[in-house]
Design a protein around this ligand. Structure first.
Ligand code: SF4
Length: 231
């Protein structure tokens, strides 16, 4: 595992749990609004943390933390992600996995082995605007569609989520996502925030009123729709 970040106490990354968050390095997408360029396009500037060190830290937090979040970058790019989660499991932690959905075979392995208690999958935009939104010309959406299918059929607690960017998302794009994910139990909308560490530039979020309008628009299609990071 190429681990390039460890947040030792995360209050909000894992719904309802006190967690540590482990950040893997590298991603196969280039979302221009990505707020974590240091884990994607500027990885060489971010020191790697030995996996043993991370597992030793987690071991020292047994009984103090409830869970571990594995995020990135894209964690399923790591060929040994399942082995890492197995080790985390053996320490007694609940596991949340964040993924961009590009690696359905790795996701299936983890789901089938019962190595994730909760999965949060990004759905970046409508199918027509996906390539533009992930910064990969000619992007093949089929792995993402397969991951959506796998997650929905797995029975594992999961959410789909979209970060809304003024320059990339129109109300019609949300309509397409709603039809695509129709009936999914949980869908979260997050506002774009400029971290100052983006892959691209010139992106903006929406006002709280605009975000609420987006949520109202898609609400009939999901079990639950909620906004994150909105007062
Ligand atoms: S926002 Fe896009 S580029 Fe950044 S880590 Fe997530 S999937 Fe990768």
């Amino acid at each position: 595992m190429h681990i390039h970040g460890l947040q030792k106490l995360a209050m909000v990354d894992y719904p309802g749990k006190l967690a540590a968050t482990v950040f893997t390095g590298g991603c196969d997408l280039r979302c221009p609004f990505c707020h974590n360029a240091l884990l994607v396009t500027r990885l060489a500037e971010t020191p790697e943390i030995p996996e043993r060190e991370v597992l030793d830290f987690l071991s020292s937090r047994k009984g103090l933390l409830d869970g571990v979040v594995l995020t990135g970058g894209e964690p399923l790019l790591q060929p040994d992600a399942a082995e890492f989660l197995q080790a985390v499991r053996e320490l007694g932690f609940a596991v949340k996995l964040d993924t961009n959905g590009c690696h359905p075979a790795a996701l299936a392995e983890i789901l089938e082995a019962g190595l994730a208690d909760y999965v949060a999958m990004d759905v970046k935009n409508s199918r027509a605007r996906y390539a533009e939104t992930v910064g990969v010309p000619g992007f093949d959406l089929s792995p993402v569609e397969e991951s959506v299918r796998l997650l929905r059929e797995s029975g594992v607690d999961c959410e789909f989520r979209t970060t809304l960017v003024r320059e990339l998302h129109r109300p019609e794009d949300l309509d397409d996502i709603a039809v695509w994910l129709e009936g999914a139990p949980k869908y979260f909308l997050q506002n774009f925030v400029d971290s100052g560490n983006l892959i691209g530039r010139g992106y903006h979020g929406f006002s709280p009123e605009e975000l609420r309008a987006f949520a109202d628009r898609v609400r009939p299609h999901f079990g639950c729709v909620a906004l994150r990071g909105v007062e």
